[in-house]
Design a protein around this ligand. Structure first.
Ligand code: 1GP
Length: 232
């Protein structure tokens, strides 16, 4: 299926390392979200990724994998989102793991299905920040500078402001948004209901909702209608 991420306004992110029962998964996939992204910062394996993909594939919603571990790359997704952590202190998370993957598996990689994401991780307490050794203590203008490099120098299609687990500083997100001219801005972190979805959606192109699916599914589902025009 050909994907046009530029039209995505809303994405649900499901973690293969967490349980989601069939009824919940059906509600997520039929919610009207633009895509289901499978990904997590720890405990993602080939087996739990295959299992979740095959369950999501019962539905028509686009399904993409956000790659965080080479061992858990499973064929059959619509797209593969490749995080490049811009504010990491270690080059592995910007380019090192990627180069090692290409070195080993270049002939297997469906390059045309890969979408790089320029990650700016801003919650110092989230797993992604710890794993990737991110310098999460950025000011508004510093975060915007990273975004400008991603956009105007690296020409990355996506800049992803990641506050996983907490609702972010929307003044900062807005400053990042204003600094972009080509890249699409994804925002994720702490969106748990229609109000927080609307606030975040006002300062980015695409919101990503993750944790709320596990804490209050009904409220999480309400984030779709909050940011997408209703279907006739
Ligand atoms: C996590 O950005 C996503 O990678 C969504 O964040 O889990 O806090 O909704 P939450």
């Amino acid at each position: 299926m050909k994907q046009t991420i530029s039209t995505w306004r809303h994405v649900f992110k499901i973690d293969p390392d967490r349980n989601v029962d069939d009824a919940a998964l059906e509600a997520i996939c039929l919610s009207g979200t633009d895509a289901v992204m499978i990904g997590g910062s720890s405990g993602v394996t080939y087996d739990n990724t295959v299992e979740l993909l095959s369950r999501v594939r019962q539905f028509e919603v686009p399904c993409v994998l956000e790659v965080s571990s080479l061992e858990a790359v499973v064929p059959g997704f619509d797209l593969y989102m490749i995080p490049m952590v811009l504010n990491t202190k270690h080059p592995d998370w910007l380019i090192g793991h990627h180069a090692r993957a290409a070195h080993k598996y270049s002939y297997l990689i469906p390059w045309e299905q890969l979408i790089p994401e320029g990650y700016i991780i801003l919650n110092p307490d989230c797993t992604a920040a710890a794993v990737s050794e991110a310098n999460a203590a950025l000011t508004e203008s510093e975060a915007a500078a990273y975004a400008e490099i991603a956009d105007k120098l690296l020409h990355l299609p996506i800049v992803y402001v990641e506050y996983s687990g907490m609702f972010g500083n929307l003044d900062l997100v807005s400053a990042v948004y204003r600094s972009l001219s080509g890249s699409q801005l994804f925002y994720g972190g702490g969106i748990k209901d229609a109000d927080s979805a609307r606030l975040a959606a006002a300062v980015c192109d695409t919101i990503v909702v993750g944790n709320a699916l596990y804490s209050d599914l009904k409220q999480a589902l309400s984030t779709v209608a909050a940011v997408k025009p209703s279907r006739v």
